[in-house]
Design a protein. Structure first.
Length: 426
């Protein structure tokens, strides 16, 4: 019997909340400074029974920080965290976590690593042993109970970490980029096995909260995706994935969702014309504008790839990332820098070379250096300021502290200055 969308919505609305995050804020003291670093700001979300929710964002968006707060490993600066209606005030029974880097004890066997969580809960010995064996069998490591972590491959070690999370039968399984430390084929196998267990109802859990920076992975696995912005981390959008499992990466609807999310994640900076308008308006403290920390070689390499076949100046970001075997955390900063320098425009999940970008791609080394220097002076306020100050002085020299006083905050100055110094050397 098939259900209507209205009936499905009613069922979804009737599901119990297992997690409520309300207006969470997380700050940390900067080393050697009285100022605070705001990692998360006003983050609110819910997690219901029977769903997989993804936290998707670039580095610096606070995804792992949010997960650690939910796990009770760190206390938020402000806001509320509730598990099944009760405040989370530390590690909570009913919430388990799978880490990115396996986090196994090398001196313990597979069986001993898996049963650790049950030992902490003081479960009777016979039940502990049986549940640990069942978890090991469930994730496909039957026969490896006596093996040590050093005797296992990376994928097998992560399966042990997964079994250790499942063995306590948690309501919520938190997963912090669980496949990112694995090679592509191993990650795909483990991801598929996990989804099969979930769809078949064989996992003794109610909900999964998955941190990832892989857009395809999020669309492949999740029922809802929360897209986080960066510096500080805030929920910028929620995307509902209305696709049945198993999902086909080559399905047009799947690809359309991936494209839409790429577009959402690349709208933090507006297209070239909007950047120009902001520059002309002289926004507050323009000298503190931050450039992504990427090498000029990588900038040149992406321009060359875009200028060549099959792209000829324009590319779909998901396809470009796949062709160049780059993660989103690698591709986005390069694309953002090209846009800031007006070599490219990023919009709607696509990237296109500007006329200056095309000229750069066609030019020899010396001409590229000239174009790059002109772009830095024209579009990076701190570089413009440094050039003007040096030109005004007879010796064309000035103390570095002179520019530190001019721009705020200091952390952003150092990042922009690192690119400025490279531009100066060229």
């Amino acid at each position: 019997m098939s259900l209507s969308s209205t009936q499905m919505q009613a069922i979804d609305e009737g599901r119990q909340h297992v997690l409520d995050v309300s207006h969470l804020r997380q700050t940390f003291k900067r080393s050697g400074s009285q100022s605070e670093l705001v990692v998360l700001d006003d983050v609110s979300m819910i997690l219901k029974e029977g769903e997989i929710v993804g936290l998707l964002g670039r580095s610096g968006s606070g995804k792992s920080t949010l997960l650690r707060a939910i796990a009770g490993l760190t206390a938020p600066t402000s806001g509320d965290l509730k598990f099944k209606g009760a405040p989370i005030e530390g590690p909570t029974r009913g919430i388990a976590m799978v880490f990115q880097t396996f986090a196994l004890f090398p001196w313990l066997t597979v069986l001993e690593n898996v049963r650790l969580g049950l030992d902490a809960h003081h479960i009777p010995e016979e039940e502990t042993h049986q549940r640990a064996l069942a978890a090991i069998d469930m994730i496909g490591l039957d026969g490896f109970e006596s093996a040590f972590p050093k005797e296992l491959s990376g994928g097998m070690r992560q399966r042990v970490g997964l079994a250790r999370g499942l063995v306590v039968h948690p309501d919520i399984l938190l997963m912090d980029e669980p496949f990112s430390a694995l090679d592509v084929l191993t990650a795909e196998t483990l991801r598929t096995d996990l989804l099969d267990l979930w769809v078949e109802g064989k996992m003794p859990i109610k909900s999964i909260l998955l941190v990832t920076h892989n857009i395809e992975e999020a669309v492949l696995m999740c029922d809802r995706i929360l897209v986080l912005g960066s510096n500080p981390g805030r929920v910028r959008a929620e995307v509902k994935v209305d696709l049945t499992q198993p999902r086909n990466r080559f399905d047009p609807t799947f690809q359309s969702l991936v494209d839409d999310i790429y577009g959402l994640m690349t709208t933090g900076e507006k297209p070239s014309a909007a950047h120009a308008a902001r520059s002309e308006a002289h926004p507050a403290h323009p000298l503190s504008m931050e450039l992504p920390r990427v090498s000029t070689n990588r900038l040149s390499g992406l321009i060359e790839a875009l200028a060549s076949e099959p792209y000829l100046g324009r590319a779909d970001l998901p396809a470009l990332a796949d062709d160049m075997q780059m993660a989103t955390d690698e591709l986005f900063p390069i694309a953002e820098a090209l846009q800031l320098l007006r070599f490219a425009v990023v919009e709607g999940g696509d990237i296109s070379l500007t006329e200056t970008g095309r000229l750069f791609g066609e030019s020899e080394t010396n001409e590229r250096k000239r174009l790059f220097a002109e772009a830095m002076i024209a579009h990076v306020p701190l570089v413009t300021h440094i050039r003007r100050v040096l030109d005004e002085r007879p010796g064309h020299q000035a103390s570095f502290s002179r520019f530190l006083r001019s721009a705020r905050p200091a952390k952003k100055v150092s990042r922009t200055a690192s690119v400025s110094e490279r531009a100066g050397r060229r």
